[in-house]
Ligand binder design. Structure first.
Ligand code: SF4
Length: 381
């Protein structure tokens, strides 16, 4: 069920089949972090089985020209959002009265929709960073398409998401160029499972395959975006090193993990205490927003996700009916994948560094601002 209760589920699977059969189109796909932790349940595998490699193989068999990973864009999100956080924090500490804290994450379109409708007087506090889905689409249809020599009109970008609100996000006008969406449409985890079954692919027998490069490379920080607290943890790993100039030895921030309604942590950055908060579920988010409104918030940065447990509990996932053991199992799969990654900090992703070097310049540059940031609207009327 859509967490904002405002959406009707749109099924784009037939449209996708038509596009995959169109020889004039190059159809590429990105897969969100939470999908790999739940897709296996649709094929009888125990909850918490990570099926990243089989999922990549299945997507290739379905006919996608390239199989990329939204986790790449999650790393990119951290570069932009983390830089924005540090810029705002530094200005605030220097006494700039125009800067408002806390900064709020902006990856979750249901949450964005919620604050645009319910808290229109606070549109200047969320990060302006686009969600990973939209950053991916923007970079795929500019940087990557230019590298590959593919005209924009011949490129179809599809996303596989745990989410129904992502379908609506693809259609927002600010994420289109000449009416062409950066991400053409989104398919849910359940819809992907049904496509795999319709194609008679024996999912459990598939080999483990890798994502394509360059937009398939990610660090462990990108993987944990799928769990509540993951975006904040990823941001802390990068913000710590960028702010202090020192190596972060212990990258696991246990205090921001788990299914508590509201989680808190304090991190010391060169003598500055950074207070962060995490909420999942819009009732918990409302509490934190009301505290900000009343001037009582103790936080410098807040992560909010609309679904229980974050995206692993999204409305497009195999149904979970709020089963916390199942959500914990999916979360565990993501943290295991993070733990086993050779790189676990977004700013160490070599393809992200190359993207800045070859195309964007630096985080928050004019080009990065144009392609990777957004603005919000008062939708209260
Ligand atoms: Fe979508 Fe839910 Fe994740 Fe928000 S928390 S992006 S609504 S799956």
């Amino acid at each position: 069920v859509c967490p904002v209760g405002a959406l009707t589920e749109m099924d784009h699977t037939n449209r996708l089949i038509n596009d995959l059969n169109n020889p004039r189109k190059t159809v590429i796909v990105q897969t969100a972090p939470a999908v790999r932790a739940a897709l296996g349940e649709e094929f009888g595998l125990p909850a918490g089985t990570s099926v990243t490699g089989k999922m990549a193989a299945a997507l290739r068999q379905l006919g996608f020209a390239k199989v990329f990973d939204t986790d790449f864009a999650a790393d990119l999100t951290i570069m932009e959002e983390g830089t924005e956080l540090l810029n705002r924090l530094t200005a605030y500490l220097n006494g700039d009265k125009n800067v408002r804290l806390p900064i709020l994450t902006s990856c979750c379109p249901a949450w964005v929709n919620f604050f645009e409708h319910q808290f229109p007087d606070m549109l200047d506090i969320p990060s302006t960073a686009r969600s990973p889905q939209q950053m991916f689409g923007s970079i795929a249809k500019t940087y990557w398409a230019e590298k590959m020599g593919i005209p924009r009109e011949d490129l179809i970008v599809v996303s596989i998401m745990p989410c129904l609100a992502k379908k609506y996000e693809c259609g927002r006008d600010e994420f289109k160029v000449n009416d062409d969406p950066d991400v053409n449409y989104s398919i849910s985890t359940r819809e992907l499972a049904s496509l795999i079954k319709r194609a008679n692919i024996d999912f459990n027998s598939l080999p483990e395959e890798d994502f394509d490069q360059p937009l398939g490379e990610s660090t462990g920080a990108g993987v944990i975006f799928g769990a509540s607290g993951g975006v904040m943890e990823a941001a802390l790993r990068t913000a710590y090193e960028l702010y202090t100039g020192q190596k972060l030895e212990k990258v696991d921030f246990e205090a921001v993990r788990g299914l508590d309604n509201i989680k808190k942590a304090t991190v010391r950055l060169n003598g500055v205490e950074l207070h962060v908060g995490i909420a999942h579920g819009l009732g918990n988010a409302r509490k934190l927003l009301n505290e900000i409104k009343e001037g009582k918030s103790e936080f410098h940065a807040i992560e909010i996700m609309a679904c229980p447990g974050g995206c692993i509990g999204g409305g497009g996932q195999p149904l979970h009916h709020g089963n916390s053991e199942l959500l914990k199992a999916r979360t565990h799969a993501l943290y295991e994948e993070d733990r086993n990654k050779p790189l676990r900090k977004s700013h160490e992703n070599p393809y992200i560094l190359k993207l800045y070097e070859e195309y964007l310049g630096k985080p928050m540059s004019e080009k990065a601002h144009h392609l990777l940031h957004t603005h919000y609207f008062n939708k209260s009327n």
